[in-house]
Design a protein around this ligand. Structure first.
Ligand SMILES: Nc1ncnc2c1ncn2[C@@H]1O[C@H](COP(=O)(O)OP(=O)(O)O)[C@@H](O)[C@H]1O
Ligand SMILES: [Mg+2]
Ligand SMILES: [Zn+2]
Length: 376
C-alpha cells in the first residue's frame, strides 16, 4: 500500500503553506498581519484563535519566518522559492530561536517552564526569539506564571505567537497583552478546491463529488479534510473516488437522505419498504444518518426563506437536493420534521438499538406528514 512502498508524507504535512499567499481563507487576518509586518509595527504578542486545523500553527510559523528571514523583515519572506537557511530551518522546526511549545502535552512540565524562563537570554542566531505556544490555555500553572511574567515586561527581542482553540479559558491578564486574531472555519468550497488543487499537483484522480463529500465531512477543518484524503487514497488505490469516500465516511449518503425526503411527498415514487430495505442493507451509522436529516431539514427551511445565500456558507447538503425539496415541502412541514428528527436523536440517550430508534423516527415523520394527509 501507499504507506509501505514510499516514505509517504501525510498530505496535511506536505501541504502546509509556507507563505501567506498559499494559506486558504483567513484573508482578514493575513491582511492585518502583513500590514503590521511591512510597516514594522510588530506587536510583542499575537494570539491566534479558532477551531482545529484551520491554519493557526501554519500562520504562526509564517510570522516567525517573516520576522527572522535573512532577507530582512518582510511579509513575503523568500517568496521566489529560494529559501534562506533560516526560513528552511523554521519550516523544519530546527531553528534555535523559534521555540515551539505545546501547552496540551502533559509531559515535561518543568522543561516548558524552563523554556519560558529562558526569555532572559537574547537570541542565538535570529533577530528575535520567537515563542510559538500552541493550546496556550492548557499550560501548567507554573509555566503560565513564567509566561505572564515575560508578557508583562517583554525584552525587545522576544515575540510571542500564542494559539488556542479555546480563548475563553485564557485569563484577561494575558488577553489584554495580546493582539488577537480570530481565524475562521473554512468553507466547503475552500476545502474542496484545495483538495482538487492538491490532486492536480500530486497527479492523482479525484472525483469532484468525492472532494465535496470530504469537504463537508471535515466541518471547516483543512487538516481533517486532508487526513480524510489520505484515507480515501489508501482505500481507493491511489484515487479519491465518490464510492470509496461514501463507504469510508460510513455516514448516510446523500442518496439515503433524498430517498427519505422523497418518502415525505404526496406523489412519492419511493415506497417505505423499499427505502427501509435499502437502509438496512447499507447498515449505516443510524444516529449519524438521523443527524444528517436534522441538518437537512434545517438547510431546507433556511433555503426557503433566503435562497442560496452563499455568503452565509451554511448549506451542507447538495444544491440539487436544496432546489428540489425546498419547493416540494412546506415551511410548516419542515418545522415539524425538524422537531421530530431532533426528538429521535434525543431518544438515542435512552435507547441502545440504533436501527429501531431510527426507524421509529422515520415512521413518526410519515405519521405526521401533512402532505400525506391531504390524499387521505
Ligand atoms: N488555512 C489553511 N490553508 C491551507 N492549508 C491549511 C490551512 N489550515 C490548515 N491547513 C492544512 O492543515 C494542516 C494543519 O494546519 P495547522 O495550521 O497546524 O492547524 P491548527 O489551526 O490546528 O494549528 C496544515 O499543515 C495544512 O496542510
Ligand atoms: Mg496547531
Ligand atoms: Zn528567509
Amino acid at each position: 500500500m501507499l504507506q509501505e512502498s514510499s516514505p509517504y508524507l501525510a498530505l496535511a504535512r506536505k501541504y502546509r503553506p509556507s507563505n501567506f499567499e498559499d494559506v486558504v481563507g483567513q484573508e482578514h487576518v493575513i491582511a492585518a498581519l502583513q500590514h503590521s509586518i511591512d510597516n514594522n509595527r510588530i506587536h510583542h504578542a499575537y494570539l491566534l484563535t479558532g477551531t482545529r486545523g484551520i491554519g493557526k500553527t501554519t500562520i504562526a510559523r509564517i510570522i516567525a519566518k517573516c520576522l527572522e528571514c535573512e532577507g530582512g523583515i518582510s511579509s513575503h519572506p523568500h517568496l521566489d522559492g529560494n529559501l534562506c537557511s533560516t526560513c528552511k530551518a523554521i519550516s523544519e522546526g530546527t531553528f534555535p530561536d523559534v521555540i515551539e511549545i505545546d501547552g496540551a502535552s502533559q509531559t515535561k512540565v518543568d522543561d516548558t517552564r524552563q523554556l519560558l524562563e529562558n526569555t532572559q537570554y537574547p537570541p542565538m542566531q535570529g533577530r528575535y526569539k520567537v515563542y510559538i505556544i500552541d493550546e496556550v490555555h492548557m499550560l501548567s500553572q507554573s509555566s503560565f506564571n513564567a509566561l505572564l511574567k515575560t508578557l508583562e515586561e517583554p525584552p525587545a527581542y522576544v515575540k510571542f505567537i500564542l494559539a488556542t482553540t479555546d480563548p475563553q479559558k485564557i485569563p484577561t491578564t494575558v488577553l489584554s497583552r495580546c493582539l488577537q486574531f480570530q481565524l475562521k472555519a473554512l468553507s466547503i468550497d475552500e476545502i474542496a478546491s484545495q483538495i482538487e488543487k492538491i490532486s492536480h499537483k500530486e497527479g492523482f484522480t479525484c472525483e469532484s463529488e468525492a472532494a465535496i463529500l470530504i469537504a463537508r465531512a471535515a466541518r471547516g477543518s483543512m487538516r481533517d479534510a486532508l487526513s480524510l484524503c489520505d484515507q480515501a487514497l489508501a482505500l481507493g488505490n491511489g484515487k479519491i473516488l465518490r464510492d470509496t469516500v461514501l463507504s469510508m465516511l460510513g455516514t448516510a449518503s446523500d442518496e439515503l437522505v433524498s430517498d427519505i425526503l422523497s418518502l415525505l411527498l404526496v406523489n412519492s415514487n419511493k415506497s417505505l419498504e423499499e427505502v427501509l430495505l435499502k437502509i438496512r442493507q447499507i447498515s449505516p451509522n443510524y444516529k449519524t444518518l438521523l443527524n444528517d436529516l436534522v441538518i437537512t431539514f434545517h438547510d431546507l427551511a433556511l433555503y426557503q426563506m433566503m435562497g442560496n445565500a452563499r455568503s452565509l456558507n451554511v448549506f451542507s447538503i447538495p444544491s440539487t437536493t436544496l432546489d428540489k425539496y425546498a419547493k416540494l415541502l412546506s415551511p410548516k412541514a419542515l418545522q415539524l420534521y425538524y422537531q421530530i428528527a431532533l426528538q429521535g436523536l434525543e431518544e438515542y440517550k435512552v435507547s441502545n438499538d440504533g436501527a429501531t430508534t431510527f426507524e421509529m423516527a422515520i415512521l413518526r415523520l410519515l405519521a405526521f406528514t401533512p402532505e400525506k394527509k391531504k390524499i387521505g
